[in-house]
Design a protein around this ligand. Structure first.
Ligand SMILES: [Zn+2]
Length: 313
């Protein structure tokens, strides 16, 4: 009986791997270094080797394995082809076919943020929902859209790239994508810090933040919780941009729930409250009641989602 499966999450520094029962029970998880040298040509071979070793170590029969699902940090087409993955050095690469031939098991690949959203829907903060938009507020801003249980990856594998929705018209600094005014420039951990530096230089009011060297997004939320006026202004600006972007998203795909993940989401209720307030102000009336939840799986969302992805094959 095919009762086991692997969920894999390829990141820029580590590859996270999980051995699961197909009911979603995580049996074991581990990480290996992402070897990016020579355009990342060893990455899939390393994964194949890890899977082979684990099967051997556990004495699992190959016929008992459902398959391997994998999240990749770049656009992935519906048939598992990576079109370009700058982080890993990959050009066009058929991840499903290449890895499947190495390990002789079914492989399904998807964009990492989409796959994480699937993980949260299956075993995390969005259990019980089928229409989910996940927003990951980390070093960048990632997103995953699931409608009727299916990932919306689109024609170019770029569906759910919420971080690159335009929210400011007159920005002069460039986003990582090369364009300007993207949500990521304001709502990522680095974006929040950038906004704080700007505000502190033009606003002379006192603030706890002035005494901190190397301000982090967490410092800003902590100061806001203490009642610091400038920090609260920053949180309010963040809420406006995110709330308004999510209101626009709900006009397009009308999710039941927004799940907030990534390091910035550790701020918790203060973040949900300010986004929700701004969201309700901007949202189309039919969508005003959309739920907001915090992600629950943390860094494991990708491996859970990876497994869920392959179960549909
Ligand atoms: Zn951008």
């Amino acid at each position: 009986m095919r009762q086991y499966g692997f969920g894999i999450d390829i990141g820029g520094t580590t590859v996270k791997m999980g051995l699961f029962k197909i009911n979603g029970t995580l049996l074991e998880k581990w990480e290996v270094e992402t070897r990016k040298e020579e355009n990342g040509k060893s990455i899939l071979a390393d994964i194949a080797c890890q899977i082979g070793n684990k099967i051997h170590e556990k004495g699992i029969h190959r016929n008992d394995i459902f398959g391997v699902g994998i999240g990749v940090p770049g656009p992935v087409s519906n048939d598992g082809i990576v079109l370009k993955c700058v982080n890993l050095g990959w050009g066009i690469l058929n991840v499903e076919k290449t890895l499947s031939e190495m390990i002789d098991l079914p492989v399904k690949a998807g964009n990492d943020a989409n796959v994480a959203a699937l993980g949260e829907m299956w075993q995390g903060g969005a259990i019980g929902y089928k229409n989910v938009v996940m927003v990951t507020l980390g070093t960048g801003v990632g997103g995953g859209i699931i409608i009727n249980g299916n990932i919306i990856s689109g024609a170019n594998g770029a569906g759910g790239e919420i971080g690159h929705i335009k929210v400011v018209k007159d920005e002069i600094e460039a986003c990582g994508c090369g364009k300007t005014g993207c949500l990521e420039q304001y709502a990522s951990a680095t974006g929040i810090v950038r906004s704080s530096e700007k505000l502190l230089s033009k606003d002379n009011n006192p603030s706890i933040l002035r005494n901190i060297n190397g301000i982090t997004a967490k410092d800003i939320f902590d100061a806001a919780k203490e009642g610091d006026m400038l920090a609260n202004k920053l949180v309010e600006e963040l809420g406006e941009k995110l709330g308004s972007a999510l209101a626009n998203i709900s006009c397009v795909c009308d999710p039941e729930v927004f799940v907030l993940g990534g390091g910035v989401s550790k701020a918790g209720l203060i973040l949900i409250d300010v986004i929700k307030k701004n969201y309700i102000e901007k949202a189309f009336h039919a969508c005003e009641g959309t739920k907001f939840e915090l992600a629950k799986l943390g860094n494991d969302a990708g491996i859970y989602g990876g497994l869920r992805l392959v179960l549909d094959v």
